[in-house]
Design a protein around this ligand. Sequence first.
Ligand SMILES: *Cc1c(COP(=O)(O)O)cnc(C)c1O
Length: 394
Amino acid sequence: MTQDNDDDSYKNRFATIAVGSAETTRSNKDRTSDVVSPIHLSTTFEWSSGDEANEHDYSRESNPTRAALEDQIARLEGGKHGLVFASGMAAISTTILTLVPPGGHLVSSDSIYSGTEKLLTELATGHFGFDVDFVDARDPENVADAVDSDTDLIWAETPTNPLMQLCDIRAVVDIADNYNTLFGVDSTFASPYFQAPLDLGADIVVHSTTKYLNGHSDSIGGAVITDEDGVFEQLSFAQRIGLGNMLSPFDCYLVARGVKTLPARMEHHEENAMAVARFLENHDQVARVYYPGLKSHPQHDLASEQMSGYSGMMSFEFDGTLIELEAFVEGLEVFTPGASLGGAESLVEVPSLMIPDEVGHGESTAEIPETLVRVSVGLEDAADLCEDLRTALP
Ligand SMILES: *Cc1c(COP(=O)(O)O)cnc(C)c1O
């Protein structure tokens, strides 16, 4: 794929990190010389003292398979510390609820994953008394207007689920620095391959590893990466001691295995997505396509600047009734209708049909059009994907 700021050396290095020397270093320590990190299922590790002291003692607190994955993911994001959680939501809720004190102030992008929206509007506001301001983060001025010296955390998703809106990470970093507050980015849609928020100055990055990082639709998980020692200490303490919401060794193994092919998969996802986006853009029954890689995306320039590619996620507005839209979804044979994204299989989700109670109606968060279709473009043959859409569309 040609990108406006293609940097081959970065991508080559990324692929080497993804395949993962962290793992071999660790297993060689035990002199077993595994090329792939073994799954350590033991819940407890024999105690010894002094120079012989063990790195691990109880698997909730730390586990060798988890430590190997945390190293690997931290390196992928170019960060100092990594933590992996039982789900993307566990990563997000642990970060937000740990870093914002009861009654504290949080500013969030108004286009946001439905689970994060519920966390912020119900649990955080209702139970912990947070003061949450949702703003249209496409314009950094809106973020600047909402932040003040008492703000504990700025939170943004970019690109957003499902509207594919972007936030200018560098511009928000400047705002966060001015007010000496923390800035966290949910970078799930871009994956570490196409976007490096820590390099742009953000303090915290989160991923739902369920999506591109694992990439095979068979593990629920989440990750947090940060350079800040203080943030890491707080989150690690919350996870290990109080919340116990870490990723299991088996799931760590699956994610570590998935990460090895992340660069190859992301290139292919993007190539297929570009073909599907162009096909949809030229179809009469499609009113609008939201794909940051298209010149018609209102934030295409920003996407080319802060991302090194555009990933496999897009959405489009169907030009027709909800009944016709349902018939389209039922007529698909290669695409599967369903939740989630980032796996090898192409999926479509229509929020108004499939998750009607979860979609933003524009009260506090961004309105999701009734005929919006979110598409996760998988790794099948691009011509087959376009043909499937052509046949199913009216
Ligand atoms: C899926 C998703 C989440 C939640 O992750 P889970 O692993 O399902 O808990 C958070 N943010 C974004 C952008 C997502 O797509």
